[in-house]
Ligand binder design. Structure first.
Ligand SMILES: C[S@@+](CC[C@H](N)C(=O)[O-])C[C@H]1O[C@@H](n2cnc3c(N)ncnc32)[C@H](O)[C@@H]1O
Ligand code: SF4
Length: 389
């Protein structure tokens, strides 16, 4: 149970719904300039609307400092450091930032430069997360990425040289056509950039994407689960040998200070306000999400309406289920008292199978072993659906 003496961390997420082009695998709420032509939506209209939403948010939330800010997308770098600085100014003006707040923005290497990173540092950003995906040109081509293989590493170096304290590179693995050696080369490139954080996701074929259409037409094979598991082992071995430790199944950090505090807030049941088109929010068990289209989002705020599209209130059982799902994916693990008696018995069986760490279980926590990380979804299901025997 959270300690009542420790205040729940509070984060602000801001969604930037613009991209230069659509990567074939991506189903995020984002739009190219062509897709927005004639809609009236623009980066400046978006900024004005976000300012209005944050002002309304502060009135609802009351006096609460912001511990973490995460400007994600879409491609935040596309709107430039000046607008990103204006977003952070609005958060400061409406809420105030806590001492030592973590302030992250995502960026596509293609739309970054030394001047861009210098502008971010001046504005108060402390962390940058760059989409790299792969260092292999033929893998980037399958993913419809426009940047050259070297650009992400160069951008990470530029960010560090500009004084951004924490830099992440995102990788995608098990893309059709990727080999073990391609992944090893991507990891060498990541390590040469000397970043302190890596996120790596197995390629997901999302419905409705260009990638899904290509797989359906037989132009590309679907990603293979066994290949993905073998690649995860290469990732984990290489990163841990280089001193980056896993702290969530898909995230590795050089030390505790390098872990993404904003994402830990999501995983540890924190509160956050999500501003921007399609953004999700969570305050004390109430969840809601905004309308997705940037033009509609801006029009609602201009009319003085909240841009909420829907909401749900989680009951105690749903919240307990979510806690198990999210905490089990963390290296700090799941306190066993969050499980019922059949769940605790299932945890004992999972440890006997080598999926949970036996020593950690003795101390009252369910912590995935490496084999357990490969089968994390199955372990979650086993712990949640166990019945008395
Ligand atoms: C908002 S993007 C990062 C910033 C920027 N838009 C870019 O792509 O460079 C978030 C990350 O989600 C991951 N991602 C998106 N769709 C994915 C998919 N279908 N499968 C696996 N990873 C995905 C990618 O690694 C991507 O870098
Ligand atoms: S992966 Fe990033 S750049 Fe590509 S479409 Fe998605 S949000 Fe845009």
């Amino acid at each position: 149970m959270p300690d009542p003496e420790v205040p729940t961390p509070f984060g602000v997420y801001v969604h930037v719904p613009f991209c230069a082009s659509r990567c074939g695998y991506c189903d995020f709420n984002t739009y190219t300039a062509d897709e927005l032509a004639d809609s009236g939506a623009s980066p400046d209209g978006w900024l004005e609307a976000v300012r209005r939403e944050l002002a309304g948010a502060a009135a609802v939330v009351g006096d609460r400092r912001v511990d973490t800010v995460f400007v994600g997308g879409g491609t935040p770098s596309l709107i430039g450091a000046q607008r990103l600085g204006a977003v952070l100014d609005a958060v400061r003006a409406e809420f105030g930032l806590a001492e030592g707040a973590e302030v992250t923005t995502e960026s596509n290497p293609e739309s970054t430069s030394p001047e861009f990173f210098a502008g971010l540092v001046d504005a108060g950003y402390t962390r940058v997360s760059l989409g790299m995906q792969s260092a292999a040109p033929h893998v980037l081509a399958v993913l419809d990425r426009r940047h050259t293989p070297g650009r992400a590493v160069a951008a990470a170096r530029e960010a560090r040289a500009a004084g951004i304290g924490h830099v992440n590179l995102d990788l995608i693995y098990a893309t059709p056509g990727e080999t073990d050696d391609d992944l090893r080369a991507s990891l060498d490139a990541v390590l040469s950039a000397e970043v302190d954080h890596v996120s790596a996701y197995s390629l997901i074929v999302e419905d409705g994407t260009a990638l899904a259409r290509r797989v359906r037409r037989g132009e590309l094979p679907a990603p293979d689960d066994d290949v993905a598991a073998a690649r995860y082992e290469i990732l984990d071995d290489t990163l841990s040998e280089a001193g980056l430790r896993w702290y969530e199944v898909s995230n590795w950090a050089r030390d505790d200070a390098a872990a993404c505090r904003h994402n830990l807030g999501y995983w540890l049941d924190g509160d956050w306000w999500g501003a921007g088109p399609g953004a999700h929010s969570h305050l004390a068990g109430r969840r809601w999400w905004n309308v997705k289209h940037p033009a509609r989002y801006a029009a609602m705020l201009a009319a003085g309406e909240a841009p909420e599209a829907g909401h749900e209130v989680l009951g105690p059982e749903e919240r307990a289920t979510e806690r198990v799902m999210l905490r089990l994916r963390l290296a700090t693990g799941l306190p066993l008292d969050l499980l019922d008696a059949p769940g605790r018995a299932a945890a004992g069986r999972a440890a006997a199978e080598g999926l949970l760490d036996g020593a950690a279980l003795e101390t009252g926590r369910a912590v995935l072993t490496r084999r357990g990380r490969l089968l994390a979804d199955r372990v979650v299901t086993d712990l949640l659906t166990a019945v008395p025997v």
